[in-house]
Design a protein around this ligand. Structure first.
Ligand SMILES: [Zn+2]
Length: 75
């Protein structure tokens, strides 16, 4: 499991003020005010499951996004 959810620990400072859209609820927020986590996603074209750093507007959206089985995999 990652030790930090703070975007400033993963992205360069200039990007923290980038407008971002939450992949879960589609709410707009600034990158620096979101939470980051290693998350799983399915590539639409191939159906392949991949994982990568994803920025959400809140920890609630992060937990809703991740299927419970996948949360077990990344701990
Ligand atoms: Zn959200």
């Amino acid at each position: 499991m990652l030790h930090s959810l703070k975007p400033e620990h993963f992205v360069i400072p200039q990007h923290l003020r980038t407008p971002w859209e939450c992949p879960e609820c589609q709410r707009n927020f600034l990158f620096g005010q979101g939470v980051m986590s290693l998350a799983h996603y399915r590539v639409t074209d191939t159906g392949e499951i991949k994982q990568g750093l994803v920025c959400f507007c809140s920890t609630t959206c992060l937990l809703v996004w991740e299927h419970p089985e996948m949360l077990g995999l990344i701990q």
